[in-house]
Design a protein around this ligand. Structure first.
Ligand code: HEC
Ligand code: HEC
Length: 285
């Protein structure tokens, strides 16, 4: 009986430690993060602070193609149409701080409402007043045409790896995957105030809840940060997080399997020990 009581006390203590102390420590250490998540209801895939899509304006992909050729390819490549970057990377990075991303698949990863707002006012949508793409003075019809066009040419079935490569790698490296940031560190440091951190194990370091909020609205989590709001759609962000999870811990599945085996082994040993003890005590009594 005594052993059972001790066992019960240990179990209770472990449970308190697991469910009581860990979240408590978490909420103390990440108080401002928890507060920001609540205040802005993050991740906010409705992009509640931005303007709604203009009602009654329907985008025309054909017209959008012409508008993109007129307004965008002076800075961006558009490989899908065989249009290469107008400037060498180094020169582009010197001018803009980063190399402008290729536009072929961007319509498949950014949220539509975000993209509309971004093309109207890049600084406001990214929440980065220094964002180096200028507002181009496009009207709602032109913008919705571009949005329709960019969505129409984007690769279908975009993967998490695609999302990260198209949306993040102009700034971030992922060294364990042998991916280097497209833009040079020195121009990014000048432009963004910091060299963006490597993303190889960021999922392990920061955790899903944090990343889900930070990527969706960086300024809410780190006020004044140089990282722009990228505006990933919900689907794209979920895929990106799954990818970052997978690469940050490639042996997770294997480890979980081994963990189960160890638990089963321990259970068998406990049973055997118990039987053995009973047998010995039976003779003594
Ligand atoms: C004067 C150069 C210039 C022009 C013209 C320009 N862009 Fe950009 N664009 C940039 C730069 C530079 C960036 C990256 C800035 C950064 O990441 O800080 C960018 C980023 C973007 C992004 C990524 C946004 C995000 O949330 O990550 C999209 C989408 C985009 N541009 C679309 C367009 C479209 C569509 C046009 C034409 C209507 C256009 N751009 C015209 C320079 C330009
Ligand atoms: C225009 C460049 C740029 C782009 C594009 C960009 N980032 Fe960042 N990112 C930064 C910078 C700069 C920082 C450092 C922020 C700081 O510490 O203030 C950063 C920091 C981060 C951090 C670390 C946050 C922390 O708490 O330390 C994560 C995670 C991250 N970015 C993820 C992403 C993901 C995922 C994408 C693509 C969806 C992305 N970033 C796109 C520039 C960028």
């Amino acid at each position: 009986m005594k052993e059972l009581k001790i066992l019960a006390i240990i179990v209770v203590l472990v449970l308190i430690g697991y469910w009581g102390i860990e979240p408590l420590a978490h909420s103390i250490m990440h108080k401002h993060v928890e507060e920001a998540i609540k205040k802005y209801n993050l991740p906010d895939f409705k992009f509640s602070d931005l303007d709604p899509l203009p009602s009654g304006v329907k985008g025309n992909a054909e017209a959008g193609k012409e508008t993109v050729k007129a307004f965008c390819v002076s800075c961006h490549s558009l490989k899908k149409e065989g249009i290469n970057a107008p400037m060498p990377s180094q020169a582009a990075a010197q001018s803009f701080g980063v190399v402008p991303p290729d536009l072929s698949n961007i319509g498949g990863i950014l949220d539509e409402k975000y993209l509309y707002n971004f093309l109207k006012n890049p600084q406001k949508a990214t929440e980065n007043p220094k964002f180096s793409m200028p507002a181009l003075g496009l009207n709602d019809q032109q913008i919705m045409d571009i949005v329709a066009y960019l969505k129409s040419i984007a690769k279908k079935n975009i993967t998490g790896e695609d999302v990260v490569k198209e949306g993040c790698v102009r700034c971030h490296s992922i060294k364990y995957q042998k991916i280097s940031a497209v833009s040079p560190a020195d121009t990014m440091k000048k432009y963004l105030g910091k060299v963006p951190p490597d993303l190889s194990v960021i999922y392990k370091a920061k955790g899903e809840e944090y990343l889900d909020a930070f990527i969706n609205k960086p300024q809410a989590i780190i006020p004044g940060t140089g990282m722009p709001r990228v505006g990933l759609s919900q689907e794209a962000q979920e895929k990106a997080l799954a990818y970052l999870d997978e690469i940050s811990d490639p042996h997770k599945e294997q480890r979980q399997k081994v963990g189960l085996l160890v638990l089963a082994y321990l259970a068998v040993m406990v049973g055997l020990t118990f039987a053995w003890k009973k047998k010995i005590w039976k003779n003594i009594h």
